[in-house]
Design a binder for this molecule. Structure first.
Ligand code: ATP
Ligand code: MG
Length: 320
């Protein structure tokens, strides 16, 4: 079926990105709550239709680790893109911004109480990582695409404890149209990709660049903040330099050797040295996830409580 705006009721704003905003909406004909992304593009109609056609392959992107796609349409120069609503939001807001450690009786990770942020237990970190890798492997093996934009805001989670990827690069036309100048102040791009983009060369990076971004995202999740903190660098250029030339970041203390080794392998500076997805799934860190019991539902519920305590809501009133 096709979705159009007449059938949609906007419920509130879920967030804003660099290219537009995401709203929670209700689709009346199907009775389904959805997330609707609005992307403003200054393009002629044929290009916009091209994008809609390219987005169609998303109907084949059906996997437990991929946010479901419902449909897309255009109005004037905007592309609207409807997807599964993930009711716990994205990973960045679930762990970010150091909260007071209270009531920490998590298993495994051996929480050393008293420090500023609530530590993500290793079991949870592992489950999230495993989901991300399986999702990326699916995209590569089944759809022959790389993600291109792996970062905590593009890893969504719901109260059932499911972890799913969104915003991967399916449409060449859409990628081209989004401002390329956006190597912003929080870059998850691999060193080789930063080099290639800043030199304005044709992109030479491959899937292993996504592996770097996974490593960086895991560290951010564990630390509760972006691993190259802006206050350390006088400007964006210096920050990018640190990514390209500096030693890669590491997990905060308290995680296992396997976890540390996994992250170090993802963050090898030489892309050829980074493992493939199949190899990463065989890594002891992720193998241990297979028959581990992890209370994701409980962790998400607790994380949502902490987020609410920080005054961050999942849904904001609609702005005119
Ligand atoms: P960028 O513009 O660089 O991609 P971004 O990922 O933060 O950054 P958007 O993709 O526009 O920007 O998303 C904005 C916010 O909306 C996200 O941070 C996320 O928290 C929320 N969001 C996006 N998609 C969904 C969804 N399907 N369900 C629930 N929340 C969502
Ligand atoms: Mg996004």
């Amino acid at each position: 079926f096709k979705i159009n705006m007449d059938e949609i009721e906007v419920l509130g704003e879920l967030g804003k990105g660099n290219y537009g905003s995401v709203h929670k909406v209700f689709h009346r004909p199907t009775n389904v709550e959805m997330a609707m992304k609005e992307i403003r593009l200054e393009l002629d109609e044929s290009k916009l239709n091209g994008i809609i056609m390219e987005l169609d392959i998303l109907h084949r992107a059906v996997a437990p680790e991929i946010v479901e796609f419902y449909g897309a349409f255009t109005i004037e120069s905007c592309v609207y893109y409807c997807m599964e609503y993930m009711d716990a939001g994205s990973l960045d807001t679930l762990t970010g911004g150091g909260v007071l450690a209270k009531d920490q009786k998590e298993d495994g990770a051996g929480v050393t109480g008293g420090d500023a942020a609530e530590r993500v237990p290793e079991g949870v970190l592992r489950r999230i990582t495993a989901s991300m890798i399986r999702g990326l492997k699916f995209l590569k093996d089944e759809l022959q695409i790389m993600h291109r934009d792996v970062k905590p805001t593009n890893v969504l989670i719901n109260k059932k404890g499911e972890i799913k990827l969104c915003d991967f690069g399916v449409s060449g036309q859409l990628e081209k149209s989004l401002a390329k100048t956006n190597i912003g102040c929080q870059s998850y791009m691999a060193p080789e990709r930063i080099k290639s983009e800043t030199a304005n060369q044709n992109p030479t990076y491959t899937v292993s660049s996504d592996v770097w971004s996974v490593g960086l995202s895991i560290i951010e999740l564990a630390k509760g903040c972006y691993p190259y903190p802006p206050e350390t660098y006088s400007n964006v250029f210096a920050q990018l330099q640190a990514i390209v030339n500096g030693a890669p970041p590491t997990l905060p203390p308290g995680y296992s050797d396997d976890a540390n080794d996994f992250v170090a392998k993802c963050l090898m500076k030489d892309p050829n040295q980074r493992p493939t997805y199949a190899q990463l799934l065989e890594h002891p860190f992720l193998v241990a996830d297979k028959d581990a019991e992890v209370d994701m539902v409980g962790w998400v519920a607790a994380a949502l409580d902490r987020r609410a305590a920080r005054g961050i809501s999942t849904l904001n009133p609609i702005q005119a």
